[in-house]
Design a protein around this ligand. Structure first.
Ligand SMILES: *Cc1c(COP(=O)(O)O)cnc(C)c1O
Length: 426
C-alpha cells in the first residue's frame, strides 16, 4: 500500500514542536518510548467487549493477559481492591461512575468550573450538568482554598446523592476525611477525581483518597505519564452502599455496578492497545526512577512558584502543594488569552485559565495555569526553572514588543537542545 506521506509529515512536525518548546500545560506529559510502542501495536485490531475471562468475543486469551496485568499493577500502585482500566478517558471514567451510581435527575455537588473544577463535575454544557442536578462549592476569595464549612452548608441544603472532589486547576491538597464526614451527614457518596495529582498520590507525596472516598477516578496521561486514557479505582468494595437502588433494584457489589457502568453502560470495545500501554506505564510508576521523577515534580513546582512570587506575580492560594499553579495576571494588566498567545509565539506553551471570582469570560480569562510534569520529564530541575520564569516575565512585561517573542523563541529552541526528547525517533 502507498505510504500516507501527508499524515506522517504532520506527525513529524508535531514531534519537532514538542522537542523545541517548553511545555508547561499542567495536564500534559511525555509518555516513554515503550508506552508509545505498546500503543502502536496489533492489539488495536482486537475486539474484546467484556472483561478478562468473560468476553463477548473469541480470541481474547492474549489481550486478557495484558488487561489483567494493567488491573493488577494499578491495584498494586494504589494498594486498592478494585481497578477498571477500560475508560477511554477521564471524562469517560466519570460518565461511567455517574451512570452506575446515579439515576437521571439525581443531585450532585462538585467544585465550580470557574474555581478550578472540571466540566464533568456538573457543568451545564456537559452531560453531568444535563442529566443530573448540579450544585457547586468553591474556594475562599481571601485564601483561594476550598471552603469546607460552606461545602457542608450546601450539602445540607441540596442533599446531593454524590459529592465530587478533585479539580483541574487547584494547587492545594484535599482533606478527603473532612469531605467524607460532610457526605456522611447527608448520606451521599464521595467520588474523588484525581486526574491531575494521581502520579504524586501513587508515590505517597500527596494525601490518599482511598480510605475516605467510595470511588476514585483518574486519567492515566497526566502526572501518571501513561497513554491517554482513564481508570476507575476503589479502596474497598461495598455491597449496596447507602441503600443504592440499581436499575433492577437488586443488591449488587459496587465493583459490578462500576464495571457495567463502563461496559455496556457507556463504552463498547475497550482499546486493548492503550490498555497494554497503561500496563507498561504502571510498571514504570512502580520503579524507583518514577519515585525520583515525582519528587522532582514537587521540587520544580515549589521552585517555579517561588520564582513567580519573587517577580511580583499573584499565585492563587499563594503557592502550591502539587505540580501546578494558577497565576492571576490582573496586577500585570494582561489577560490570560493574550499571555497564552504571547508565550506560544515563543514556543512556551501554557493555557489560559479562569481564576476564582474572575471578571473576564472563559474565552479571555484573567489567568494562566502552569504545570511542571512535562518539563520535569524533559530533565529540568530547580536549576532550569528561574530561566523559564525569566522568559515568561520578559514577555508578559513587554507585550507590545513585536520582536521579543521571536528572540525568546530562538533562545528557547537552543536551550531545549540540551534536553533531548525521544532521541531514538529520527
Ligand atoms: C483532565 C481531567 C479530566 C478529563 O480527562 P480527559 O481524559 O480529558 O477526558 C477529568 N477530571 C479532571 C479533574 C481532569 O483534570
Amino acid at each position: 500500500m502507498q505510504r500516507d506521506q501527508q499524515v506522517f509529515n504532520i506527525i513529524r512536525k508535531e514531534l519537532e514542536r514538542q522537542r523545541e518548546g517548553i511545555e508547561l500545560i499542567a495536564s500534559e506529559n511525555f509518555a516513554s518510548l515503550q508506552v508509545l510502542e505498546a500503543m502502536g501495536t496489533v492489539l488495536t485490531n482486537k475486539y474484546a467487549e467484556g472483561y478478562p475471562g468473560r468476553r463477548y468475543y473469541g480470541g481474547c486469551q492474549v489481550v486478557d493477559q495484558s488487561e489483567q496485568l494493567a488491573i493488577d499493577r494499578a491495584r498494586q500502585i494504589f494498594q486498592v481492591e478494585y481497578a477498571n482500566v477500560q475508560p477511554h478517558s477521564g471524562a469517560q471514567a466519570n460518565a461511567a461512575v455517574m451512570l452506575a451510581l446515579l439515576k437521571p435527575g439525581d443531585r450532585i455537588l462538585g467544585l465550580d468550573l470557574s474555581m478550578g473544577g472540571h466540566l464533568t463535575h456538573g457543568s451545564a454544557v456537559n452531560f453531568s450538568g444535563k442529566l443530573y442536578q448540579p450544585s457547586f462549592y468553591g474556594v475562599s476569595r481571601e485564601t483561594g482554598t476550598i471552603e469546607y464549612e460552606k461545602m457542608l452548608g450546601i450539602a445540607i441544603r441540596e442533599k446531593p446523592r454524590m459529592i465530587i472532589c478533585g479539580a483541574s486547576a487547584y494547587s492545594r491538597d484535599w482533606d478527603y476525611a473532612r469531605i467524607r464526614a460532610i457526605a456522611d451527614e447527608v448520606n451521599a457518596l464521595v467520588v474523588a477525581d484525581i486526574a491531575h495529582p494521581a502520579g504524586l498520590i501513587a508515590r505517597g507525596l500527596m494525601n490518599s483518597p482511598f480510605a475516605h472516598c467510595h470511588v476514585v477516578t483518574t486519567t492515566t496521561h497526566k502526572t501518571l505519564r501513561g497513554p491517554r486514557g482513564g481508570m476507575i479505582l476503589m479502596g474497598k468494595d461495598f455491597e449496596n452502599p447507602l441503600g443504592l437502588k440499581t436499575p433492577r433494584g437488586e443488591l449488587r457489589m459496587m465493583s459490578s455496578l462500576l464495571d457495567s457502568g463502563v461496559f455496556p453502560g457507556t463504552q463498547g470495545g475497550p482499546l486493548e492497545h492503550v490498555i497494554a500501554a497503561k500496563a507498561v506505564s504502571f510498571f514504570e510508576v512502580l520503579t524507583d526512577d518514577f519515585h525520583h521523577y515525582a519528587l522532582q515534580v514537587m521540587a520544580n513546582a515549589q521552585a517555579m512558584s517561588l520564582a513567580f512570587l519573587k517577580r511580583g506575580y499573584h499565585i492563587v492560594s499563594g503557592g502550591t502543594d502539587n505540580h501546578l499553579m494558577l497565576i492571576d495576571l490582573r496586577n500585570k494588566g494582561i489577560s490570560g488569552k493574550k499571555a497564552e498567545e504571547l508565550l506560544v509565539k515563543a514556543d512556551i506553551t501554557v493555557n489560559k485559565n479562569m481564576v476564582p471570582f474572575d471578571d473576564k469570560p472563559a474565552f479571555t480569562t484573567s489567568g494562566i495555569r502552569i504545570g511542571v510534569p512535562a518539563i520535569t520529564t524533559r530533565g529540568f530541575t530547580e536549576a532550569q526553572i528561574p530561566r523559564v520564569v525569566e522568559w515568561i516575565d520578559e514577555l508578559i512585561s513587554d507585550p507590545e514588543n513585536g520582536q521579543l517573542p521571536l528572540q525568546v523563541k530562538k533562545q528557547v529552541n537552543e536551550f531545549m537542545r540540551d534536553f533531548p526528547l525521544y532521541p531514538e525517533l529520527s
